[in-house]
Design a binder for this molecule. Structure first.
Ligand SMILES: NC(=O)c1ccc[n+]([C@@H]2O[C@H](COP(=O)([O-])OP(=O)(O)OC[C@H]3O[C@@H](n4cnc5c(N)ncnc54)[C@H](OP(=O)(O)O)[C@@H]3O)[C@@H](O)[C@H]2O)c1
Length: 364
């Protein structure tokens, strides 16, 4: 987001939780936002934020929010906010976020509840920012004037989708990605606080994260998918002031506004490992190749794959949008045989870059 605009007034739902605290840490010093309102459950409402929260971030609680009084997550309490970030627990996020949307708020959610809905963008900013173009169609389908609901993906999908999007850009040379086997080694922080007990995690690997494999085997199809032609048509009509025509188009096409990536399978295995922050994934990728592509020698193929990752910067249009926190480059490609490593590489691009290494031919 450009730092020449007036800062947007941000509200945070679930502000006392692990994700809410991360939102506060990221927004408190961001030139594009000012934190206006903090919401949590009735247990926390009415208390000053510094009293309601058990602050677990590695940086101090920002003074600008310490004395804000926490409110319940009711839409009317956030009427003076331009944008709402939701870090609500999934057990309550579904209904609360819909109540904010019905009140025409602009909601960006970290929760899983609405990610796969037909008219809700599921966005990894460095992968598919163009999916935000479905907002005009969403507004018309749901009778909204200014509001919208945008979701961000499961954390393990971010790195997987960045790598696959980079390879997709080279598919004329490499062939189309048609199969992926991914094994994740996911950090403890992904389970929130307090997460798993030390007795479960120390000296151990837990080969199961509830619901995670299902998400990793579903979200990339949407994230890597293509906006339906209706999306651009509605956007153009709205831009030209032809709202009635745009509404007809938006409601005539009742299915998903994103056509998912087809002819592609993912097999995912997710493990929880004793690392505090930074998820790692080991991926094997197969390509459907025509005769010419199949004749490419291994060295050329490897060089092209590496080039795909190294050149990915030019595709990341979140930089073109002027987002000050967008990582440049979004993918760091390392040659060292023992990288990436969570502790050494997780802070690249302020924690938002994806680091790829050990790129090599796979006999699978
Ligand atoms: N942790 C991660 O790394 C991570 C990653 C990706 C996605 N997520 C998703 O993000 C969401 C939040 O995760 P988290 O780890 O931050 O959870 P958390 O630490 O348990 O925080 C949950 C937040 O929701 C609030 N809340 C709970 N019940 C509520 C209610 N009935 N009304 C209003 N607010 C309520 C809590 O407020 P009180 O303090 O007042 O109870 C708290 O602020 C979940 O959907 C999770 O799946 C988490």
């Amino acid at each position: 987001m450009s730092n020449t605009r007036q800062p947007l007034r941000a509200g945070i739902l679930g502000a006392t939780g692990a994700v809410g605290q991360r939102f506060i840490t990221l927004l408190a010093n961001h030139p594009g936002f000012v934190i206006q309102r903090l919401g949590a459950s009735a247990r926390s409402a009415g208390r000053r934020y510094e009293e309601a929260v058990t602050w677990r971030m590695a940086t101090p609680l920002p003074a600008s929010v310490a004395s804000l009084v926490v409110v319940e997550c009711k839409p009317e309490a956030f009427n003076d906010c331009d944008v709402i970030f939701s870090g609500l627990d999934a057990s309550v996020a579904g209904d609360i976020e819909l109540s904010f949307l019905a009140a025409d708020h602009c909601v960006i959610s970290n929760a899983k509840n609405h990610r796969m809905a037909d008219d809700v963008p599921l966005v990894v900013p460095t992968v598919n920012p163009e999916h935000l173009h479905m907002i005009p169609a969403q507004r018309l389908r749901r009778n909204l004037k200014r509001g919208f609901l945008v979701t961000i993906s499961n954390c393990a999908s971010v790195g997987v989708c960045a790598a696959l999007q980079a390879l997709k850009a080279k598919q004329s040379v490499l062939g189309k990605v048609d199969r992926v086997n991914v094994v994740t080694m996911q950090a403890i922080s992904g389970a929130g606080y307090p997460g798993m007990s030390a007795m479960d995690m120390l000296d151990n690997v837990v080969p199961y994260i509830g619901g995670e494999e299902e998400k990793l085997e579903a979200e990339p199809f949407k994230i890597l998918g293509t906006p339906h032609t209706t999306v651009q048509q509605v956007k153009d009509q709205v831009a030209n002031g032809k709202v009635a025509e745009a509404r007809k188009l938006a409601t005539a096409h009742q299915g998903a506004l994103i056509e998912p990536l087809k002819d592609f399978v993912i097999s995912a295995t997710c493990n929880r490992v004793p690392v505090i922050d930074g998820h790692m994934a080991s991926m094997s990728v197969g390509f459907a190749r025509d005769a010419k592509q199949a004749n490419m020698n291994k060295e050329t193929m490897l060089a092209t794959v590496k080039e795909a990752f190294a050149q990915y910067e030019t595709l990341a249009s979140s930089k073109a949008l002027g987002c000050v926190s967008a990582p440049h480059p979004p993918i760091h490609l390392l040659d060292a045989v023992d990288r990436p490593q969570p502790r050494l590489d997780r802070d690249r691009g302020n924690g938002y870059a994806v680091t790829i290494g050990r790129v090599r031919p796979c006999p699978l």
